[in-house]
Write a protein that binds this ligand. Structure first.
Ligand SMILES: C[S@@+](CC[C@H](N)C(=O)[O-])C[C@H]1O[C@@H](n2cnc3c(N)ncnc32)[C@H](O)[C@@H]1O
Length: 305
Protein backbone atom coordinates (compact mmCIF):
# COMPACT_ATOMS: atom_id res chain seq x y z
CA UNK A 1 0.00 0.00 0.00
CA UNK A 2 1.09 3.52 -0.60
CA UNK A 3 1.29 6.18 2.10
CA UNK A 4 -1.47 8.71 2.73
CA UNK A 5 -2.12 11.08 -0.14
CA UNK A 6 -3.07 14.51 1.09
CA UNK A 7 -2.75 18.06 0.02
CA UNK A 8 -5.32 18.16 -2.79
CA UNK A 9 -8.49 20.09 -1.97
CA UNK A 10 -11.80 18.26 -1.79
CA UNK A 11 -14.13 18.03 -4.76
CA UNK A 12 -17.77 17.16 -4.23
CA UNK A 13 -17.45 13.76 -5.91
CA UNK A 14 -13.93 12.75 -4.87
CA UNK A 15 -13.09 9.13 -3.93
CA UNK A 16 -10.62 7.56 -1.51
CA UNK A 17 -9.43 4.35 0.12
CA UNK A 18 -8.17 3.52 3.60
CA UNK A 19 -4.76 5.13 3.08
CA UNK A 20 -5.84 8.21 1.14
CA UNK A 21 -7.85 11.37 1.78
CA UNK A 22 -10.96 10.99 4.01
CA UNK A 23 -10.51 7.19 4.15
CA UNK A 24 -7.28 7.64 6.06
CA UNK A 25 -9.20 9.47 8.80
CA UNK A 26 -10.96 6.15 9.50
CA UNK A 27 -7.56 4.52 10.02
CA UNK A 28 -6.35 7.45 12.11
CA UNK A 29 -9.27 7.22 14.54
CA UNK A 30 -8.90 3.42 14.66
CA UNK A 31 -5.33 4.17 15.74
CA UNK A 32 -6.64 6.44 18.51
CA UNK A 33 -9.05 3.70 19.63
CA UNK A 34 -6.18 1.20 19.68
CA UNK A 35 -4.11 3.63 21.78
CA UNK A 36 -7.07 4.22 24.08
CA UNK A 37 -7.41 0.46 24.65
CA UNK A 38 -3.82 0.23 25.91
CA UNK A 39 -4.00 3.46 27.94
CA UNK A 40 -4.87 3.83 31.62
CA UNK A 41 -8.45 2.88 32.57
CA UNK A 42 -9.94 2.64 29.07
CA UNK A 43 -13.66 3.33 28.84
CA UNK A 44 -13.92 0.95 25.88
CA UNK A 45 -11.59 -1.74 24.60
CA UNK A 46 -11.75 -2.09 20.85
CA UNK A 47 -9.61 -5.16 20.31
CA UNK A 48 -9.89 -4.93 16.52
CA UNK A 49 -8.56 -1.40 16.17
CA UNK A 50 -4.92 -2.46 16.41
CA UNK A 51 -5.43 -5.10 13.66
CA UNK A 52 -6.48 -2.42 11.19
CA UNK A 53 -3.37 -0.37 11.90
CA UNK A 54 -1.12 -3.43 11.61
CA UNK A 55 -2.74 -4.51 8.34
CA UNK A 56 -2.37 -1.03 6.86
CA UNK A 57 1.36 -1.02 7.68
CA UNK A 58 0.99 2.74 8.11
CA UNK A 59 4.35 3.82 9.56
CA UNK A 60 3.00 6.73 11.60
CA UNK A 61 0.27 4.82 13.46
CA UNK A 62 2.35 1.65 13.73
CA UNK A 63 5.08 3.75 15.36
CA UNK A 64 2.65 5.30 17.85
CA UNK A 65 1.34 1.88 18.83
CA UNK A 66 4.82 0.39 19.18
CA UNK A 67 5.56 2.67 22.13
CA UNK A 68 2.37 4.31 23.37
CA UNK A 69 2.88 7.69 25.00
CA UNK A 70 1.67 8.32 28.54
CA UNK A 71 1.60 12.11 29.06
CA UNK A 72 -1.78 13.84 29.37
CA UNK A 73 -1.03 15.81 26.19
CA UNK A 74 -0.07 12.79 24.10
CA UNK A 75 -3.02 10.73 25.29
CA UNK A 76 -5.58 13.54 24.76
CA UNK A 77 -6.97 12.43 21.39
CA UNK A 78 -7.04 8.69 22.19
CA UNK A 79 -8.74 9.53 25.53
CA UNK A 80 -11.31 11.81 23.91
CA UNK A 81 -11.98 9.33 21.12
CA UNK A 82 -12.52 6.68 23.80
CA UNK A 83 -15.14 8.93 25.39
CA UNK A 84 -16.83 9.35 22.02
CA UNK A 85 -16.73 5.60 21.35
CA UNK A 86 -18.41 4.96 24.70
CA UNK A 87 -21.12 7.57 23.94
CA UNK A 88 -22.10 5.80 20.70
CA UNK A 89 -21.83 2.34 22.33
CA UNK A 90 -24.23 3.49 25.07
CA UNK A 91 -26.58 4.97 22.47
CA UNK A 92 -26.87 1.67 20.60
CA UNK A 93 -27.21 -0.34 23.84
CA UNK A 94 -30.05 1.87 24.98
CA UNK A 95 -31.84 1.68 21.60
CA UNK A 96 -31.45 -2.13 21.64
CA UNK A 97 -32.87 -2.29 25.18
CA UNK A 98 -35.87 -0.28 23.94
CA UNK A 99 -36.47 -2.95 21.28
CA UNK A 100 -35.04 -1.23 18.20
CA UNK A 101 -33.76 -3.98 15.90
CA UNK A 102 -32.25 -2.01 13.03
CA UNK A 103 -28.99 -0.15 13.64
CA UNK A 104 -27.44 1.94 10.89
CA UNK A 105 -23.82 3.00 11.25
CA UNK A 106 -23.47 5.86 8.82
CA UNK A 107 -19.86 6.28 7.57
CA UNK A 108 -18.89 3.19 9.57
CA UNK A 109 -15.22 3.36 8.68
CA UNK A 110 -13.37 0.86 10.88
CA UNK A 111 -15.96 1.01 13.66
CA UNK A 112 -16.21 -2.55 15.03
CA UNK A 113 -19.47 -2.20 17.00
CA UNK A 114 -21.14 -4.94 15.00
CA UNK A 115 -18.46 -7.30 16.34
CA UNK A 116 -18.03 -5.84 19.83
CA UNK A 117 -21.47 -5.10 21.27
CA UNK A 118 -23.88 -7.74 22.58
CA UNK A 119 -26.75 -7.10 20.19
CA UNK A 120 -30.06 -8.77 21.00
CA UNK A 121 -31.07 -11.63 18.71
CA UNK A 122 -32.89 -10.38 15.64
CA UNK A 123 -30.83 -7.19 15.28
CA UNK A 124 -29.43 -6.17 11.91
CA UNK A 125 -26.56 -3.70 11.78
CA UNK A 126 -26.19 -1.85 8.48
CA UNK A 127 -22.76 -0.37 7.84
CA UNK A 128 -22.52 2.37 5.22
CA UNK A 129 -19.20 3.62 3.81
CA UNK A 130 -17.32 3.70 0.52
CA UNK A 131 -16.60 0.27 -1.06
CA UNK A 132 -12.82 0.42 -0.62
CA UNK A 133 -13.09 1.28 3.08
CA UNK A 134 -15.54 -1.57 3.75
CA UNK A 135 -13.44 -3.98 1.66
CA UNK A 136 -10.33 -3.29 3.74
CA UNK A 137 -12.33 -3.71 6.95
CA UNK A 138 -13.87 -7.02 5.83
CA UNK A 139 -10.50 -8.42 4.74
CA UNK A 140 -8.82 -7.61 8.05
CA UNK A 141 -11.69 -8.92 10.18
CA UNK A 142 -11.92 -12.12 8.11
CA UNK A 143 -8.19 -12.68 8.56
CA UNK A 144 -8.72 -12.49 12.33
CA UNK A 145 -11.71 -14.83 12.21
CA UNK A 146 -13.91 -12.09 13.71
CA UNK A 147 -17.60 -12.94 13.88
CA UNK A 148 -20.32 -10.28 13.87
CA UNK A 149 -22.60 -10.39 16.95
CA UNK A 150 -25.63 -9.32 14.91
CA UNK A 151 -26.76 -9.84 11.36
CA UNK A 152 -24.39 -7.54 9.45
CA UNK A 153 -25.37 -5.86 6.20
CA UNK A 154 -22.78 -3.91 4.24
CA UNK A 155 -23.97 -0.94 2.24
CA UNK A 156 -21.08 0.12 0.02
CA UNK A 157 -22.16 3.58 -1.08
CA UNK A 158 -21.19 7.20 -1.25
CA UNK A 159 -23.36 9.26 1.07
CA UNK A 160 -23.47 12.00 -1.56
CA UNK A 161 -25.34 9.62 -3.90
CA UNK A 162 -28.57 7.59 -3.61
CA UNK A 163 -27.63 5.34 -0.66
CA UNK A 164 -31.22 4.73 0.60
CA UNK A 165 -31.83 2.41 -2.39
CA UNK A 166 -28.96 0.00 -1.57
CA UNK A 167 -29.81 0.31 2.14
CA UNK A 168 -33.36 -0.91 1.50
CA UNK A 169 -32.04 -3.55 -0.92
CA UNK A 170 -29.87 -4.80 1.97
CA UNK A 171 -33.03 -5.38 4.03
CA UNK A 172 -33.63 -2.08 5.84
CA UNK A 173 -37.35 -1.60 6.56
CA UNK A 174 -38.40 2.07 6.91
CA UNK A 175 -41.67 1.00 8.58
CA UNK A 176 -39.74 -0.34 11.59
CA UNK A 177 -37.89 1.89 14.07
CA UNK A 178 -34.18 2.28 13.58
CA UNK A 179 -31.16 3.69 15.43
CA UNK A 180 -28.66 5.74 13.44
CA UNK A 181 -25.15 6.83 14.35
CA UNK A 182 -23.48 9.71 12.54
CA UNK A 183 -20.04 9.66 14.15
CA UNK A 184 -17.10 11.77 13.06
CA UNK A 185 -18.62 12.41 9.65
CA UNK A 186 -20.23 15.80 9.23
CA UNK A 187 -17.05 17.81 8.74
CA UNK A 188 -16.39 15.85 5.52
CA UNK A 189 -19.75 16.76 3.95
CA UNK A 190 -20.59 20.13 2.46
CA UNK A 191 -23.75 21.92 3.67
CA UNK A 192 -26.01 20.52 0.93
CA UNK A 193 -24.73 16.96 1.45
CA UNK A 194 -25.30 17.26 5.22
CA UNK A 195 -28.88 18.53 4.79
CA UNK A 196 -29.60 15.76 2.28
CA UNK A 197 -28.18 13.16 4.69
CA UNK A 198 -30.48 14.27 7.53
CA UNK A 199 -33.50 14.61 5.22
CA UNK A 200 -32.98 11.01 4.13
CA UNK A 201 -32.48 9.75 7.69
CA UNK A 202 -35.70 11.55 8.67
CA UNK A 203 -37.57 10.05 5.73
CA UNK A 204 -36.33 6.52 6.49
CA UNK A 205 -37.05 6.77 10.23
CA UNK A 206 -40.30 5.32 11.56
CA UNK A 207 -41.72 6.91 14.76
CA UNK A 208 -39.63 5.90 17.78
CA UNK A 209 -36.42 5.89 15.74
CA UNK A 210 -33.31 7.39 17.30
CA UNK A 211 -30.28 9.18 16.03
CA UNK A 212 -26.93 10.00 17.64
CA UNK A 213 -24.69 12.60 16.05
CA UNK A 214 -21.30 13.64 17.27
CA UNK A 215 -17.68 14.43 16.70
CA UNK A 216 -14.72 15.72 18.64
CA UNK A 217 -14.51 18.66 16.25
CA UNK A 218 -17.78 20.17 15.12
CA UNK A 219 -16.58 23.76 14.72
CA UNK A 220 -12.87 23.39 14.34
CA UNK A 221 -10.93 26.64 14.38
CA UNK A 222 -7.77 25.74 12.50
CA UNK A 223 -5.79 28.77 13.66
CA UNK A 224 -6.64 28.12 17.31
CA UNK A 225 -5.72 24.46 16.84
CA UNK A 226 -2.31 25.47 15.48
CA UNK A 227 -1.81 27.73 18.54
CA UNK A 228 -2.81 24.89 20.90
CA UNK A 229 -0.36 22.53 19.17
CA UNK A 230 2.40 25.09 19.53
CA UNK A 231 1.74 25.25 23.29
CA UNK A 232 1.13 21.48 23.64
CA UNK A 233 3.09 19.78 20.82
CA UNK A 234 2.29 16.31 22.16
CA UNK A 235 -1.40 16.82 21.43
CA UNK A 236 -0.91 16.55 17.69
CA UNK A 237 -1.65 12.94 16.74
CA UNK A 238 -2.85 13.71 13.21
CA UNK A 239 0.20 12.45 11.32
CA UNK A 240 0.00 13.96 7.86
CA UNK A 241 -3.74 14.60 7.94
CA UNK A 242 -4.58 18.20 7.16
CA UNK A 243 -8.17 18.51 8.37
CA UNK A 244 -8.53 21.98 6.89
CA UNK A 245 -8.03 20.48 3.40
CA UNK A 246 -10.59 17.71 4.01
CA UNK A 247 -13.40 19.45 5.84
CA UNK A 248 -16.21 21.87 5.06
CA UNK A 249 -17.45 24.56 7.50
CA UNK A 250 -20.54 26.77 7.91
CA UNK A 251 -23.35 24.30 8.19
CA UNK A 252 -26.73 23.96 9.86
CA UNK A 253 -26.65 22.82 13.48
CA UNK A 254 -27.95 19.21 13.41
CA UNK A 255 -29.74 19.61 16.79
CA UNK A 256 -31.73 22.56 15.45
CA UNK A 257 -32.37 20.77 12.16
CA UNK A 258 -33.79 17.72 13.97
CA UNK A 259 -35.82 19.76 16.48
CA UNK A 260 -37.39 21.76 13.63
CA UNK A 261 -38.63 18.49 12.13
CA UNK A 262 -40.26 17.22 15.29
CA UNK A 263 -37.48 15.08 16.75
CA UNK A 264 -37.19 15.27 20.57
CA UNK A 265 -33.58 16.36 21.04
CA UNK A 266 -31.85 15.75 24.38
CA UNK A 267 -29.58 18.47 25.79
CA UNK A 268 -26.46 18.60 23.63
CA UNK A 269 -23.30 17.55 25.49
CA UNK A 270 -19.62 18.23 24.98
CA UNK A 271 -16.89 15.68 25.48
CA UNK A 272 -16.15 17.32 28.86
CA UNK A 273 -19.75 16.75 29.98
CA UNK A 274 -19.58 13.15 28.78
CA UNK A 275 -16.35 12.67 30.74
CA UNK A 276 -18.02 14.03 33.88
CA UNK A 277 -20.92 11.61 33.32
CA UNK A 278 -18.41 8.73 33.19
CA UNK A 279 -16.87 9.85 36.49
CA UNK A 280 -13.75 11.31 34.88
CA UNK A 281 -12.08 14.61 35.67
CA UNK A 282 -10.77 15.94 32.35
CA UNK A 283 -7.12 16.99 32.51
CA UNK A 284 -6.47 20.64 31.71
CA UNK A 285 -5.34 19.78 28.19
CA UNK A 286 -8.72 18.17 27.39
CA UNK A 287 -10.46 21.40 28.39
CA UNK A 288 -8.15 23.34 26.06
CA UNK A 289 -8.63 20.87 23.21
CA UNK A 290 -12.38 21.14 23.57
CA UNK A 291 -12.31 24.93 23.58
CA UNK A 292 -10.74 24.69 20.11
CA UNK A 293 -12.63 21.67 18.70
CA UNK A 294 -16.13 22.45 20.09
CA UNK A 295 -17.25 18.84 20.43
CA UNK A 296 -20.99 18.16 20.29
CA UNK A 297 -22.89 15.00 21.10
CA UNK A 298 -26.56 14.87 20.20
CA UNK A 299 -29.21 12.21 20.69
CA UNK A 300 -32.76 12.56 19.41
CA UNK A 301 -35.89 10.43 19.12
CA UNK A 302 -38.48 10.74 16.39
CA UNK A 303 -41.86 11.59 17.83
CA UNK A 304 -45.01 9.59 17.39
CA UNK A 305 -44.07 6.15 18.73
C1 LIG B 1 -13.21 9.94 10.72
S1 LIG B 1 -13.82 8.54 9.88
C2 LIG B 1 -15.02 7.99 11.08
C3 LIG B 1 -15.35 6.54 10.90
C4 LIG B 1 -16.21 5.96 12.02
N1 LIG B 1 -17.50 6.62 12.09
C5 LIG B 1 -15.47 6.05 13.35
O1 LIG B 1 -15.75 6.96 14.14
O2 LIG B 1 -14.58 5.21 13.56
C6 LIG B 1 -14.85 9.24 8.60
C7 LIG B 1 -15.50 8.17 7.72
O3 LIG B 1 -16.48 8.81 6.91
C8 LIG B 1 -16.49 8.17 5.67
N2 LIG B 1 -17.10 9.11 4.72
C9 LIG B 1 -16.89 10.45 4.64
N3 LIG B 1 -17.59 10.97 3.63
C10 LIG B 1 -18.27 9.92 3.06
C11 LIG B 1 -19.15 9.81 1.95
N4 LIG B 1 -19.45 10.86 1.21
N5 LIG B 1 -19.67 8.60 1.66
C12 LIG B 1 -19.34 7.50 2.41
N6 LIG B 1 -18.51 7.55 3.47
C13 LIG B 1 -17.97 8.74 3.77
C14 LIG B 1 -15.02 7.90 5.41
O4 LIG B 1 -14.79 6.93 4.39
C15 LIG B 1 -14.55 7.46 6.78
O5 LIG B 1 -14.69 6.07 6.94
Amino acid sequence: MTGPEFGALRSDDDQWDIVSSVGYTALLVAGWRALHAVGPQPLVRDEYARSFVTASADPYLTGLLASPATSADQTAFPRLYGVQTRFFDDFFRSAAEAGVQQAVIVAAGLDSRTYRLDWPAGTTVFEIDLPKVLEFKAQVLARHGAEPKAHRAEVAADLRTDWPTPLKAAGFDPRQPSAWSVEGLLMYLNGDAQNLLFARIDELSAPGSRVAVGALGTRLDHQQLAALEAAHPGVNLFGEVDFSALSYDDKTDPAQWLAARGWAVEPVRSTLELQAGYGMTPPDVDVKVDSVMHSQYITATKAGA
